[in-house]
Write a protein that binds this ligand. Sequence first.
Ligand SMILES: O=C(CO)[C@@H](O)[C@H](O)COP(=O)(O)O
Ligand SMILES: [Fe+2]
Length: 220
Amino acid sequence: MRRFILSPSLLSADFGNLRGELEALEAAGLEWVHWDVMDGLFVPNITFGPPVIKALRASSKLFFDVHLMIDHPERYIREFADAGADLLCVHAETGVHLERTISAIREAGMQTGLALNPATPLNVAEYLLPQLDMVLVMSVNPGFGGQKFIPFCKEKIAALSKMIRERGLSTLIQVDGGVTLDNARELSDLGADVLVSGSAFFGHPPYAGRYQDFQRKMES
Ligand SMILES: O=C(CO)[C@@H](O)[C@H](O)COP(=O)(O)O
Ligand SMILES: [Fe+2]
């Protein structure tokens, strides 16, 4: 079985009970949780920011996988580090000085991630790969949960996997958007290490059972 991490996206969780949701994920055996931070500019939606993450950090041992969908993310690196983010992922489309931003994330003590919109070519990530712990391949246009997986992203995952292997790197590939029980195994076989799931996870309690459903798909 390939290495497989499931990172449930809180975008589909109960915002009125985030502490309870985090506790339930931990009790169900999950190790990661995916925070979708949206600013109403880079994407049309608005969610939460560093104060909310900070307020919940002390009560959770989960790995906080933070997906920033905000313009000029370099302005907030220190705030997210102080809030307790473990990995900070910025969008390639939000910055012209990406190397500086990625270096600043590392210097702030967090793991580094670079997210690519579906139409953004992989070569944007090429020279940064040695500095990246993770590349996030968006498989829907960011902003909302519950959208359909864009089929050409499969080719992109496979190409990225090849690029990482050829360079002898261990950069993780995360796939985010439209991940379901039906495509999880195929995405893993193509090279995905971390699958984000929002609507296909939170819509189907209990969480331990849903997590096992995903794990069984990987074993079959
Ligand atoms: O970053 C995003 C959306 O912009 C995602 O993390 C979604 O929250 C995934 O939701 P589903 O497609 O799994 O419902
Ligand atoms: Fe996300």
